[in-house]
Design a protein around this ligand. Structure first.
Ligand SMILES: NC(=O)c1ccc[n+]([C@@H]2O[C@H](COP(=O)([O-])OP(=O)(O)OC[C@H]3O[C@@H](n4cnc5c(N)ncnc54)[C@H](O)[C@@H]3O)[C@@H](O)[C@H]2O)c1
Length: 348
């Protein structure tokens, strides 16, 4: 086991989003006696209802604000005596990055740069950057991404994340800052905004709507249950080595079409519907430009160094996810209005 890093006051950026909120819920279940400050701009993807179960916890503080505002970052770090930052805030949807890349540069690159500047001016702060396996580009049928795989981003989203990763590395080397980086595969689980594939398939199938599939549905992704990811990140802020990168994966590689079939077969069993009727909703659409064929992640480093492993099998994680969407219609209703409509208009 690595040496334990002690910290007291944590700044979480993007904690009202899908993964950031899972991280906060997980952290606050643990023996943590400091303060957890959640800084989030509440874009269309941020939702404070993701945090209802911890909102009254005395260790938790919410600050509405934007990581593009460096003066605010500096102020929050002083005000709350922050000693650790974990950075989730981002524009995170590839399709949106194709329609409008500018926000991705402003939030993912400039926002990360602002945070690094804040850490440069306050070098006692440890900085953990949450990134994606998409920075490594696309694999053929063989091979996996390791931490030293070359960067070959293919979408404006992955290019913006790659740029932010490079800034983290450069700041760590140049200014001798304490940083750590993690690159994870596709997450799924409760509270995911329904523009992403798994909630989209669940919700469209429940409503009898078409299920759009890009190209021939043969693109392969690795799927990681969000709570397993959150546990890995809690471990990493305690034990991740300064200057290191860790890949985090779910060890579940599936083509999109296999994934959709698995979801539909679970739903058919869970709600007593005919599986073939659900499969008739599948509708192939024109492929996404620059669509990466395959991502596969080798996460042996974090498994060996931190003794972390994904705890959920895909089937178990999927059952939990579908059950959550079936039982949380009020969460979905809260997404109605401008934001949800905006999503509907850009998606497919
Ligand atoms: N979802 C995935 O499968 C996945 C996979 C790999 C890596 N990641 C990375 O994990 C991180 C979190 O992803 P997610 O799926 O939870 O994203 P998300 O889109 O669900 O949430 C992003 C959060 O960031 C906030 N935000 C956006 N711009 C902001 C700004 N300028 N200032 C402050 N807050 C802002 C939003 O309000 C939202 O709460 C991202 O950095 C993403 O690149 C996600």
């Amino acid at each position: 086991m690595q040496q334990l890093r002690k910290f007291k006051n944590l700044l979480v950026t993007g904690g009202a989003g899908f993964i950031g909120s899972a991280f906060i819920r997980t952290l606050l279940k643990q023996d943590f006696s400091g303060t957890c400050v959640n800084l989030d701009a509440l874009t269309y993807a941020g939702n404070l209802q993701n945090l209802t179960e911890i909102q009254d916890d005395s260790r938790y503080i919410f600050e509405k604000g934007d990581i593009r505002n460096q003066a605010l970052l500096e102020h929050l770090c002083q005000e709350h005596a922050i000693d650790t930052i974990i950075h989730f805030a981002a524009e995170s949807h590839v399709d949106r990055s194709i329609h409008g890349p500018r926000n991705f540069v402003e939030t993912n690159v400039i926002g990360t740069f602002n945070l690094l500047e804040t850490v440069r001016l306050n070098p006692h702060i440890h900085f953990h950057h949450v990134s994606t396996d998409e920075v490594y580009g696309s694999l053929g049928n063989e091979g996996t991404f390791i931490e030293t795989s070359p960067y070959r981003p293919n979408s404006p989203y992955s290019a913006s994340k790659a740029a932010s990763d490079h800034f983290v590395r450069a700041y760590a080397k140049t200014y001798n800052l304490s940083t750590c980086l993690s690159n994870c595969s596709n997450n799924y689980g409760p509270y995911q905004f329904p523009e992403k594939l798994i909630p989209l398939v669940i919700l469209n199938s429940l409503q009898g709507k078409q299920i759009p599939v890009y190209g021939k549905g043969i693109n392969v992704r690795d799927w990681l249950f969000v709570d397993d990811h959150a546990e890995a990140l809690v471990q990493l802020i305690h034990y991740g080595k300064k200057g290191e990168t860790y890949n985090i994966g779910g060890e579940t590689e599936l083509t999109n079409i296999d994934l959709i079939h698995q979801i539909l077969s679970h739903i058919a069993r869970m709600i007593g519907k005919d599986e073939n009727e659900l499969k008739n909703l599948i509708h192939y659409v024109k492929d996404r430009p620059g669509h990466d064929l395959r991502y596969a992640i080798d996460c042996n480093k974090i498994k060996n160094e931190l003794k972390w492993s994904p705890r959920h099998s895909f089937s178990e994680g999927l059952r939990k996810t579908i059950t959550w969407y079936l039982n949380n219609t009020e969460w979905l209703h809260a997404l109605t209005g401008e934001n949800y409509q905006e999503w509907l208009s850009v998606n497919y």
